[in-house]
Design a protein around this ligand. Structure first.
Ligand code: SF4
Length: 369
């Protein structure tokens, strides 16, 4: 079982972000109490032990040490295959790294670097500079973190093909075990979307986005990274175990406001309200979504076909039955002939890596409504 804990606090809101978070630090203690309450309710009767733990957000590194310690003591943290905490560069100090390495189960840190160009960071409201991100990486390495993942964003306002390559080169020079790189998206309701509508920023066009994706694939490959999912690259043996659950159809529990869960058949989510979460004590807070077989098939298809493992017809049959398998294999025939889909040595259907970014038209014929 994978366990995710959403820590819903950020010092300030980045312009592009639509994750649930609040700057209300005075609610941190009550949040931890509620998360412990939620875990108490949801861990009762768990059929399998927790094997990966992921603290995301929000900004987990903004949680004071004594609260993090209290929350961890209440969770099941023995015999984990992987434990990850997200951090922002401004929080990463020698003391913080010493605490994380010495007193918590976290051996993997995922840090939002986003760019090594200060102008690009300022435009999207990041609070750290490129130099601070570099110092934070040094700090993490000095403190013994040997499983480091760093995020970058491409398609940022003002970013050029050259500045994107420089950010990538700089990050690769630190040799993080894992890199996540996302194409910037303009989500409704974000400050960035309002800036675009006002005309103060311009979205990268498709040609620029594709050129940046190509540079990303080429540069990471030449540096020895394996591109295993549309946005994820790892040195051999360093693929993210926890995150792979999201495209593997594995069950996971999400604690905290705004967190999602999946029991293998049904999805549920916690409403994005810290106030209501605290008032509920974390109990009876989740809302279960009834999902049709077609919708579950669509979810699996969209995530899995953009990984290098692809989707095997046998797995489709096991999860959804013979008729969905027949639909899947029949729909694939013209796409295989056109070279938009390949068959791996194991028999799984895989979209070629070069098409992952623009794969919507390939996925469309498979979508069941
Ligand atoms: S620090 Fe992360 S979670 Fe918080 S606002 Fe920025 S992008 Fe969103």
């Amino acid at each position: 079982m994978k366990l995710y804990v959403h820590i819903p606090f950020c010092h300030a809101k980045c312009a592009y972000c639509d994750f649930y978070s609040t700057p209300r630090r005075e609610w941190m203690e009550a949040f931890v109490d509620a998360a412990i309450g939620e875990w108490g309710e949801r861990s009762a009767g768990l059929s399998e032990p927790v094997d990966t733990l992921y603290f995301g957000g929000g900004t987990p590194s903004s949680l004071p040490a004594e609260l993090l310690r209290r929350l961890l003591e209440a969770l099941q943290t023995e015999n984990l295959r992987e434990a990850t905490i997200e951090a922002n560069p401004e929080d990463v100090t020698d003391d913080w790294v010493r605490f994380i390495s010495g007193e918590t189960p976290f051996r993997r840190v995922s840090m939002g670097v986003q760019s090594f160009c200060d102008d690009e960071l300022v435009t999207v409201g990041r609070r750290h500079s490129a130099a601070r991100a570099a110092e934070a990486i040094d700090c993490l390495r000095r403190g013994g973190i040997d499983n480091l993942s760093c995020d970058l964003i491409y398609g940022l306002p003002g970013q050029t093909a050259g500045s994107w390559r420089r950010s990538l080169e700089r990050l690769i020079s630190f040799r993080p075990e894992h890199i996540s790189a996302y194409l910037l998206s303009y989500e409704a309701g974000t400050r960035l979307d309002a800036m675009r509508r006002k005309g103060t920023v311009t979205e990268a066009d498709d040609d620029m986005a594709e050129a940046m994706y190509e540079a990303l694939c080429d540069m990471t490959r030449m540096a020895g990274y394996v591109h295993y999912e549309i946005s994820n690259f790892a040195l051999p043996g360093c693929e993210a175990v926890h995150n792979s659950a999201y495209w593997d159809n594995s069950p996971y529990i999400g604690l905290g406001p705004g967190a999602h869960s999946f029991d293998g058949f049904r999805r549920s989510f916690n409403p994005s309200s810290l106030k209501d979460y605290i008032a509920s004590g974390g109990r009876g807070f989740g809302i279960t979504e009834e999902e049709s077989t077609d919708s579950r098939f669509n979810d699996l298809l969209i995530t899995r076909l953009r990984t290098r493992h692809g989707l095997h017809p046998d797995e489709v049959e096991r999860l959804f039955g013979r008729s969905v398998r027949d639909f899947f294999t029949a729909t694939a025939i013209p796409l295989i002939s056109a070279g938009d889909l390949e068959i791996s040595p194991s028999g799984a259907y895989v979209i070629p890596e070069s098409c992952w970014l623009t794969s919507n038209s390939i996925l469309l014929p498979f979508i069941r409504v």
